[in-house]
Design a protein around this ligand. Structure first.
Ligand code: BDP
Length: 342
């Protein structure tokens, strides 16, 4: 009788153990593991159909195909997992999330060297930026993300065009920026940029919340590219778009170092290779969307202001302290970037 009780107890313990393992496993690797398949999660702030979201799905498709189903990536778009990219970056660092497609701007808060490739008025145009990103400079920066000990792994860059200010009231010169509360990404250099122009930078508002912040008057405007301005609907509440192109900030597809360490190294190589392959696809989608978004907001009545060369020069001249502070120690690299393609 006693023996039977012990056996029963052992059986119950075994069942409990199996249950515990089954419950804990899904928490491993920022995703779940089922039938020999590891399911990983990717966070994206943009909506379905946006160029980066399309690239995320393409990345997921390639990874599942090339790992023969060993790795499946679930894409969560629209900021449903993390509305502010800082949240997703921190989740990657502790291995709570496997992938996030983010802007390089908030990543620079964790990897300061990244500020160098997004200095204000650094690139002549998009081609110039891509020549830099596709050169050793771009690869070194991507490598630096992991080498810095951030716990993040930079997989590839995507295009995000140029960022421009948009506001409730028109801006035609630096003087018009005085006192304006401008929403910015979580990056101290960008806050300083707006301060140098006479405005006040506001951080901590996710891109999906900019519309309501403008509507409620918490901020007077924000800055972004054509597709985000259009996609988030911000043009309806801030109909003045200033074509100053102050920054070109590439997007980055990030992975969690902690999560990658749980995977077979051969699969990590596949993941890296697939990410690189999606870059050209995103750039193609980007070009189409940049054009259609611009056309759409213009047809809906947005006022686009182009600066005269003199007015633009004033914006650029104000940036000298940023080059002195954030460019310190990178003088040669900045010169190399400026000379690329000349
Ligand atoms: C968009 C980027 C997105 C950023 C957003 C922002 O694609 O990754 O989150 O800007 O301003 O251009 O926060």
């Amino acid at each position: 009788m006693k023996k039977l009780a012990v056996l029963l107890l052992l059986a119950v313990a075994a069942v409990l153990l199996i249950l515990a393992v089954a419950l804990v496993l899904p928490l491993v690797a920022g995703g779940s593991a089922e039938k020999g398949q590891t399911v990983l999660t990717l966070s994206e702030v943009h909506a379905e159909g946006y160029p980066t979201t399309l690239a995320d799905y393409e990345f997921a498709r390639l990874v599942e195909e090339r790992t023969e189903g060993r790795i499946k990536i679930d894409v969560y778009s629209g900021g449903t997992l993390y509305g502010e990219e800082t949240g997703s970056i921190e989740a990657l660092q502790i291995g709570d999330l496997a992938f996030a497609r983010v802007s390089a701007s908030p990543v620079a808060s964790y990897v300061p060297a990244l500020n160098v490739i997004q200095l204000p008025y650094l690139y002549r145009d998009g081609d110039h930026m891509w020549q830099v990103l596709n050169s050793e400079i771009g690869q070194n920066m991507l490598d630096e993300i992991q080498a810095s000990g951030s716990g993040l792994v930079g997989l590839c860059y995507y295009d995000a065009g140029a960022r421009n200010f948009y506001t409730k009231t028109p801006i035609t010169s630096v003087a018009d920026m005085a006192g304006l509360k401008i929403r910015l990404q979580n990056n101290a250099m960008m806050v300083e940029m707006v301060q140098l122009l006479g405005g006040n930078g506001v951080t901590g508002i996710g891109p999906n919340d900019v519309y309501s912040a403008i509507q409620q008057g918490t901020i007077d405007g924000a800055e972004n590219n054509w597709p985000t301005y259009e996609s988030m609907g911000d043009y309806q509440v801030a109909p003045y778009f200033l074509l100053d192109g102050h920054t070109r900030v590439p997007e980055i597809l990030l992975a969690s170092e902690a999560v990658l360490e749980t995977l077979d190294p051969a699969d990590v190589e596949i993941i890296k290779e697939c990410a690189k392959e999606t870059q050209a696809y995103e750039i193609e989608q980007w070009a189409l969307r940049e054009k259609s978004s611009e056309e759409k907001v213009v047809s809906e009545g947005v006022t686009v202001t182009e600066l005269t060369p003199e007015a633009l020069a004033e914006f650029q001249e104000r940036m000298a302290p940023i080059y002195a502070e954030y460019g310190a120690g990178y003088e040669d690299l900045i010169e190399q970037i400026q000379n690329t393609g000349l």
